[in-house]
Design a protein around this ligand. Sequence first.
Ligand code: FE2
Length: 232
Amino acid sequence: MDTISRIHLDVLVDDIPAVEGVFPLHGLSVLVSVEYEEGIVKKLLFDTGPSYRVLLRNAETLGVDLNPDAVFGSLPHFHHIGALQSGFPSTPRVLPPPPLSATSRDFSQLQGFPGVFVLPSDSYWNEQGLALRTPKGWLVLVGCSVHGLRRTFGAELVGLGRIIGLIGGLNISSRDVFNMSFIGRLARCGLELVLPLHSTSMEARKTILKRFNSYDFGYEVSGCGVQADIEF
Ligand SMILES: [Fe+2]
């Protein structure tokens, strides 16, 4: 059981709403349902956002059964994992080390999730992302890209090889030529699915979707409430 055949995304918390009825909030939470060839589905909550109440409310609005097998935290900061203060007390957690702690971290498999790997960053915040190995290439999830995408994850991303998908907080404004051109570099190497969220400005989201994304998510803008199936 290590071949990923499908990924379903439910964006439960984000700064910008993509649909009516959800409550936007500065932060991020994405429920990632990973389906394997054998039909087995494992659910991972990638970040929780700052508020457990808002997370529950948005999940209910979107008709999402919020019962993940594990919670993954990308950044040790309230707006990414704050809901853990009151939510998911008995769910396994994979959290980043505290900021400034001198731990050396390697690219490693996420326990219990075949084909899913923890992507370390070059950041004193110890931010971490995820890399999902699909039959078409890597699909990467990042939470905040706290120092900008290229500075935070650039070396790791370039080292991965073919990346087909990039989802999450890219920390880019539309005037950020440095990071925008880095996405262009990834696009020239096979990136075709991009879902910018959280730390990406509204204008930058539209620019990135127009220039670098060829996957039809069916929404005018990426944000809270996006629900998508990605098949491989
Ligand atoms: Fe953030």
